[in-house]
Ligand binder design. Structure first.
Ligand code: NDP
Length: 288
């Protein structure tokens, strides 16, 4: 079997076009232009690329964007002061602090300092709590992108056996939660695995939908995948031969029923969902 390739780039382009239309109608109804402010601390080359891509996507969707740069020697209080300024600025609807942050910065305190109604990454404990309770204000971008990909590809989620490998706060934990919540895009039976999981291979092989977010290049082999499974690869790694994911794509695509490529799978959807959240933040601030 050769797996169907789940074209995240194409789905993301459709979503971005839809958001562009929604932004246009929001602006014509309210006179308010949604605005995303990104904060970049230091000069991490990958972060520079991510922020540039996000700003370009904003431009294309009619969303205004600003970039605030701090040196990699910036202190916690300097960053907190900038966040406070953006929290107060009524023209700013969404705030994004690009991760990773330099060592001297305590990430959790920064995430908690962002006003929850401007927290378009959905990392603030209030937004995490709302998601867990099934009444989200914003959904975190990468898990929301994965859920959209599954829904838009017509992949049945309800009642299916899902295995998530990786329990990070930004991908693994929230996607496990979202897919097991009640309602559309949920109702799955989810197992969440991590580095202490025993018999990982056999648990992974039970998955009808296998989601991998571990940060280990080509870790998931064909022997870990059930025949016909849907495989979602979140990992991104730069190698001499180009980008690869957490899944051994060449081998696994012979076993899986459907698979996301790297690049062109989950990554583009993450950016599209950031636009969705920024528009939502602007709508909330306008009371709509
Ligand atoms: P983290 O490094 O924060 O977490 C990794 C998780 O994987 C941890 O829970 C860890 O377990 C688990 N893990 C690590 N090694 C193993 C192993 N051998 N077996 C089982 N579990 C393991 O990762 P992120 O979620 O932030 O990122 C994962 C990958 O996804 C990275 O490659 C990252 O670049 C990429 N990414 C891509 C995005 C996109 O838009 N496409 C967005 C975000 C991330 P434990 O908790 O026990 O340590």
């Amino acid at each position: 079997m050769t797996a169907k390739v789940l074209d995240g780039k194409k789905i993301a382009a459709n979503i971005r076009a839809e958001i562009g239309e929604e932004v246009e109608s929001f602006v014509s109804q309210t006179g308010i232009v949604p605005h995303l402010s990104a904060v970049l601390v230091g000069e991490n080359p990958a972060s520079e690329v991510y922020v540039r891509n996000k700003q370009r996507a904003c431009d294309e969707a009619g969303i205004a964007s600003g970039l605030h740069r701090l040196a990699d020697t910036a202190t916690q209080s300097e960053l907190l002061a900038l966040i406070d300024e953006l929290n107060q600025d009524r023209a700013v609807h969404g705030i994004l602090v690009q991760l990773p942050l330099p060592e001297q910065i305590a990430e959790a305190e920064i995430q908690e300092a962002i006003c929850p109604s401007k927290d378009v990454d959905a990392f603030h404990p209030e937004n995490v709590g709302r998601m867990v309770q099934g009444k989200p204000r914003f959904l975190p971008c990468t898990p929301q992108g994965i859920q959209q990909l599954l829904v838009r590809e017509g992949i049945e989620i309800a009642g299916r056996r899902v295995v998530v490998i990786g329990r990070s706060d930004i991908v693994g934990k929230p996607i496990a939660c979202m897919l097991s919540n009640r309602g559309t895009g949920g109702d799955a039976t989810v197992t969440l695995c991590h580095s202490k999981t025993e018999a990982l291979d056999s648990i992974a092989r039970e998955a009808e939908i296998l989601i991998v977010a571990i940060g280990q290049p080509e870790f998931v082999t064909a022997a870990m995948v059930r025949q016909g499974a849907v495989v979602i690869d979140v990992g991104i790694h730069r190698t001499d031969d180009g980008l690869v994911g957490d899944v051994d794509y060449a081998a696994v695509s012979q076993i899986a029923g459907a698979i996301t490529p790297v690049p062109g799978g989950v990554g583009p959807l993450t950016v599209a969902m950031l636009l969705r959240n920024t528009l939502r933040a602007a709508e909330l601030s306008a009371g709509s």
